[in-house]
Design a protein around this ligand. Structure first.
Ligand SMILES: *Cc1c(COP(=O)(O)O)cnc(C)c1O
Length: 463
């Protein structure tokens, strides 16, 4: 588990517009956090110094994207902005039918409400939470079959985002091919730590889909980041460009859904692309009812143009190297300090194992949420718990059935923070390590029935 490179990360851009950040004291943050019920989702962003809550829609656009927005065409139908985006997306996916949507989940709702319904089954390496929600809302079932991996150890050659092929075969047999609505490959695998998926794995899924006449959907929010891992980890791809690798993978799919708020390098936008004409006609009907006409899908011409440029910039080798290495930089240095992290480091985020870090705090006292709170009070850093606050359930006597892991996600916005910001985060972790024995658990004092991590409120346990 050695760092693959110790060189200074040089950001392949310079800054021509700045957004001032407010510097606050620990006392100030303590007060704000208490007012927010120890849930940083409820903080005002101006009280956050380094915001690692999500990498979704939080990136910085380039001068070329802003310039493209100035020349955008806001016509209701057939706008030039749309034509520019459609051309880029057709070249990338090789699919003839392109539908723009306002974000990823809108594309999911359209596709999965048509494919889903009662008695239908979707199988995926891991369904992202909005994917699962849209599938279950249609009445269908979503089954995750990630490969068996040791989450905290591994080598840099691993593709921990892969689907478990033998289990996939078994499930198709058990549920019968006619009931399988689609196989969804999430690339990179967001819910399993942003871990990559190998080309070999997607090719094998394609062969299984062919054998049983099943639809293969790629949820490719981070298709460019995944291509980086394929090029550097999988044999036979060293000489291909990142874009060629993405094209090769997308050509294995029948449909592609994307939240452009990730590798589209924009703050809002999504895509649904299809090979099948009849399915695209049905999707288009739903698009017009809910998102807007087929040539804007709920977006302005400016948004479409920014996305067209972003989808090209994201494959720039200098950008992708910076992107993946800067995430790894944080993860490798945390690991070297003795902070337990999911290994190897994924593309868009570093996941800290709070159960190990705060071994003295029982899962019923939410060690992940405790770390989220400590990172904020110590350093003004905002992160998110991915553990029993997010996924825990209660049994009949209202005892917590904890999640499998108690993780804290540090998601890295694209092109926003510099190495010195990340070095600052590392220094805050030094404080976390020093005071780790003194830190105490939390209890929930208020929670909504669904998605409680967004609005639950907590209290410190003093003992
Ligand atoms: C973000 C995301 C989505 C949903 O996209 P939104 O733009 O947030 O609606 C779907 N799948 C994956 C893998 C994602 O990361």
């Amino acid at each position: 588990m050695k760092p693959t490179s110790t060189r200074v990360l040089t950001e392949p851009f310079r800054i021509k517009m700045v957004e001032p950040l407010k510097l606050t004291t620990e006392e100030y943050r303590q007060e704000k956090l208490q007012q927010a019920g120890y849930n940083p989702f409820l903080l005002s962003s101006q009280d956050v110094f380094i915001d690692l809550l999500t990498d979704s829609g939080t990136g910085a656009m380039s001068d070329r994207q802003w310039a493209a927005m100035m020349t955008a065409d806001e016509s209701y139908a057939g706008a030039r902005s749309w034509q520019r985006l459609e051309e880029v997306v057709k070249k990338l996916t090789g699919m003839p039918y392109v539908l723009p949507t306002h974000q990823g989940r809108a594309a999911e709702r359209i596709l999965y409400s048509l494919l889903g319904g009662k008695n239908k089954v979707f199988i995926s390496n891991t369904h992202f939470d909005t994917t699962r929600a849209n599938i279950e809302f249609s009445g269908a079932t979503a089954i995750d079959v990630p490969i068996d991996v040791n989450q905290t150890e591994g080598t840099d050659a691993d593709f921990k985002g892969n689907i478990n092929l033998p289990v996939l075969q078994q499930l198709i047999h058990t549920h019968k091919p006619e009931n399988i609505a689609a196989i969804i490959m999430t690339v990179t695998n967001n819910s399993s730590g942003g871990q990559p998926v190998s080309m070999e794995n997607v090719k094998a899924v394609r062969a299984i889909c062919d054998q049983h006449h099943l639809l293969l959907v790629i949820d490719g929010c981070r298709i460019a980041e995944n291509s980086y891992f394929v090029k550097h980890r999988e044999a036979g791809f060293q000489d291909k460009t990142y874009e060629e690798i993405a094209k090769e993978m997308l050509r294995l799919a029948d449909a592609f859904v994307m939240s452009a708020k990730k590798d589209g390098l924009v703050n809002i936008g999504g895509l649904l692309t299809l090979k099948d004409e009849e399915l695209s006609r049905q999707c288009t009907n739903l698009l017009i009812i809910s998102e807007g006409f087929t040539t804007y899908g709920g977006l302005s011409g400016r948004d479409l143009d920014a996305m067209a440029v972003g989808l090209q910039e994201v494959f720039d080798p200098d950008y992708l190297h910076y992107r993946i290495r800067s995430t790894a930089y944080l993860g490798e240095r945390l690991h070297a300090k003795g902070v337990p992290v999911i290994w190897p480091i994924g593309g868009h985020a570093v996941y800290v194992d709070a159960k190990k870090l705060y071994a003295h705090i029982p899962v019923e006292e939410y060690p992940g949420q405790v770390l989220v709170c400590d990172l904020y009070t110590k350093g003004g850093i905002r992160s998110v718990e991915v553990g029993s606050v997010m996924f825990g359930k209660y049994d009949e006597i209202k005892k917590l059935v904890p999640a499998k892991n108690e993780l804290v996600r540090l998601a890295i916005p694209r092109r926003v923070y510099t190495q010195s910001h990340i070095d600052y985060v590392l220094e805050v972790f030094d404080d976390i390590l020093t005071m780790r024995q003194q830190t105490r658990g939390l209890k929930i004092i208020k929670e909504p029935p669904f998605l409680r991590h967004f609005t639950a409120q907590f209290e410190k346990i003093n003992k």
